[in-house]
Design a protein around this ligand. Structure first.
Ligand code: HEC
Length: 171
């Protein structure tokens, strides 16, 4: 116990899976004097700090997707979209799409649906939150748009593909 050199919370969290070790951990020397602090409340503190740590890790993992994994997810888009160049295919190019107003790629103006153009005119900008909603349910986010794609069901895939688009991939 004395040579715990690793990062405290992670170590504590791993140890916590063994109830016997946890009991010992919860009564280290420093707590011996602590008649003020009941084992219950120490336990509560240990458990809640571990779960806050897990929650924070989960949220962080979500907020920052992985562009390398996203490049792989983009294989599902690539028949209709270029992201590394400004070449349009069946769909508009997605170079620099993060932060772009919906329906506004100049080279594609003659091809967007009315639905997509009016969403943009109504103020829809492809920030990360809007992209995530669109990629999850394209037909709900912009009813009547003509992207023939059912949507990505996995939240990690969505975060990763957005990270890839955001990284402004080069060929
Ligand atoms: C079957 C072809 C197809 C596939 C697959 C497809 N899209 Fe699209 N996408 C389109 C078309 C067409 C549009 C234009 C929609 C409109 O004008 O209504 C579009 C529009 C978009 C837009 C809005 C662009 C803008 O300029 O407003 C984004 C963002 C987008 N697609 C991302 C993706 C991503 C990411 C994937 C893969 C996960 C994907 N699409 C898969 C055809 C496709």
């Amino acid at each position: 116990m004395r040579n715990n050199k690793g990062p405290g919370p992670v170590w504590r969290c791993r140890q916590a899976s063994n109830p016997a070790t946890m009991q010992r951990l919860l009564r280290p020397r420093s707590y011996k004097t602590a008649s003020q602090s009941s084992p219950g409340s120490v336990m509560f503190r240990a458990v809640s700090s571990a779960s806050i740590l897990l929650l924070a890790t989960a949220l962080a993992a979500h907020a920052g997707g992985d562009p390398a994994l996203g490049k792989h997810v983009f294989n599902r888009c690539i028949s209709c979209h270029e992201a590394a160049t400004d070449r349009d295919k069946v769909g508009p190019h997605l170079l620099g799409v993060v932060g772009r107003t919906a329906g506004s790629a100049e080279s594609f103006l003659g091809h967007y649906s009315e639905a997509m153009k009016s969403a943009g005119a109504g103020g829809l900008v492809w920030d990360e939150a809007n992209l995530a909603e669109y990629l999850k349910a394209p037909r709900l986010k912009v009813p009547g748009n003509k992207m023939d794609f059912a949507g990505l069901t996995n939240d990690d895939d969505i975060a990763n593909v957005i990270a890839y688009l955001k990284a402004d991939p080069k060929p």
